[in-house]
Ligand binder design. Structure first.
Ligand SMILES: Cc1cc2nc3c(=O)[nH]c(=O)nc-3n(C[C@H](O)[C@H](O)[C@H](O)COP(=O)(O)OP(=O)(O)OC[C@H]3O[C@@H](n4cnc5c(N)ncnc54)[C@H](O)[C@@H]3O)c2cc1C
Length: 446
């Protein structure tokens, strides 16, 4: 039991995903008296994992550990300790029934010869023209990759995942834009091996427990209370205290940190009509994931398979049994299919069984496995998966944040701040909020 000095402010952290648990870890070790309130029975948020008859699935979509931020990568690996595996990415794109190496421009020799040549010529023409006047993602693709690669893969895949026309996607929406080397693409066309996106070429993953293990290992180090199954419904200020209620019980705090999605926060904090209206127009995509346990797979050793084909619902499938041998019973295999949808898409409202059956049928049709080999399948619905950072967002977000700042609530996390952040960014973001610039200074870490 932690002994807290009587005058230490009590901090209530709403949401027990990676941001909430990281915030609890660092701030509790800095001496704050923290309590996390999480609505689900388990912590983890987007990083939740389940174990179904020995099959482990990351139900918030396929998650792996990689980062350019060495300090945070090192922290994540330390958290995993011995419980980790390191894998080399083996990713392909399913194009007209063929497996094309990922990224597409590094797999040109896997295409039929005429298509390979057409992709290379258009790519070289685009590079000779050196046009840099792109105003949106479509123009960027044409200027940087040429017409053939854009139309065969980049446009259909990106429209499938973002559920938007590429001409409507602004460039800062995407963040880091790929810029393949000319020589690498020529080599790829000739069938000489080259790699793209090298910062993700090797990745780490927990040997046991799925990606949730990372959050669980942080949780063990939190010097405070973590309450699960507590869905925050209402927060109000009484005198100088925050009273947080789930409709039955109340918890009282001096300070509040909210990691829950803004769309929920405006209801919880009873925001003004104007702010609620601004938040209601922020665009985001939801996600359906379908976990499939199998006797065997027709495709061996892949990490991910990208599916640009518009007639198939899944845009990406991952192979958890290839991430870690502990992710499936011995000799068995597994798949996690992902489908992004707009939150109001009727598909999102269908029952889980119907969605799972549809995906199994489609993947059987693609000959990825035979449906006779399916041991079980189950679909999961993730309402808040991808924030879409369009021009409306840019116009409104500062005003929305100003409201929460004014009432004294700190917003931290992917959907709480409406930021497109990965796990490494989420941890770094927490450190920034806590004004920690150098992890080496934290004697409790090492
Ligand atoms: C499909 C997909 C794949 C990804 N893959 C990777 C990857 O490979 N590598 C990587 O680094 N990152 C990846 N990410 C990003 C990563 O998932 C996020 O950066 C990280 O999980 C964000 O954590 P968070 O705590 O900010 O948000 P969340 O995980 O969304 O946490 C919010 C928490 O708030 C809780 N909550 C909501 N409402 C309430 C309420 N009313 N009361 C109490 N609690 C509430 C939720 O249950 C949840 O636990 C991926 C994300 C997605 C969607």
């Amino acid at each position: 039991m932690k002994t807290v000095k009587p005058d230490t402010p009590k901090v209530g952290i709403l949401g027990g995903g990676l941001s909430g648990i990281s915030y609890a870890f660092f701030s509790s070790r800095m001496g704050y008296d923290v309590t996390v309130l999480e609505k689900e029975k388990a912590i983890g948020g987007l990083m939740r994992s389940i174990n179904e008859d020995g099959f482990v699935f990351d139900i918030g979509g396929s998650h792996v550990i990689f980062s350019k931020d060495k300090e945070i990568l090192d922290l994540m690996l330390r958290l995993l300790g011995e419980n980790k595996v390191r894998n080399r990415r083996n990713t392909a794109i399913l194009y007209k029934g063929r497996l094309v190496k990922y990224p597409f421009e590094n797999g040109l020799s896997n295409l039929p010869l005429t298509e390979n040549i057409s992709c290379l010529i258009h790519f070289l023409l685009a590079r000779i023209k050196r046009r840099k006047d792109h105003r949106n993602l479509k123009e960027f693709f044409y200027n940087s990759f040429g017409r053939a690669i854009s139309e065969k893969y980049l446009i259909p895949y990106n429209e499938k995942i973002w559920k938007m026309r590429v001409e409507d996607i602004s460039l800062d929406f995407i963040g880091r834009l790929p810029n393949p080397k000319v020589l690498d693409v020529i080599k790829a066309s000739l069938g000489v091996g080259s790699e793209g996106y090298v910062h993700q070429l090797y990745f780490y993953y927990p040997r046991k427990g799925g990606i949730q293990y990372l959050v669980e290992s942080l949780r063990k180090k939190v010097d405070g209370e973590i309450i699960t199954g507590f869905e925050v419904k209402n927060v109000k200020k009484e005198s100088d205290k925050w009273v947080v209620s789930n409709g039955y019980e109340e918890n009282v705090f001096d300070n509040i940190v909210s990691t829950v999605p803004l769309q929920e926060a405006v209801k919880i904090f009873n925001a003004s009509k104007e702010v609620s209206n601004d938040v209601s127009h922020l665009k985001y995509n939801s996600l359906l994931t379908v976990a499939i346990g199998l006797k065997e797979l027709n495709i061996k050793n892949l990490s991910w398979l990208y599916i640009p084909d518009r007639d198939i619902h899944s845009h990406r499938i991952s192979f958890p049994s290839n991430f870690s041998p502990e992710n499936a019973p011995e000799g068995k295999a597994s798949i996690l299919a992902e489908i992004t949808v707009k939150p109001d898409d009727p598909l999102f409202k269908k029952n889980s069984e119907e969605i799972a059956d549809m995906v199994v049928e489609e993947l059987d049709r693609l000959k990825i496995f035979s449906k006779d080999d399916v041991i079980f399948s189950r679909a999961f619905k993730i309402k808040y998966a991808y924030p879409l950072l369009d021009s409306y967002y840019r116009e409104k977000i500062e005003k929305i944040k100003a409201f929460f700042k004014e009432i004294g609530v700190k917003l931290v996390g992917r959907f709480a701040e409406f930021k497109y952040i990965n796990m490494d960014d989420a941890i770094r973001n927490v450190l920034t909020h806590l004004k920690i610039s150098n992890l080496q200074e934290l004697d409790f870490l090492y």
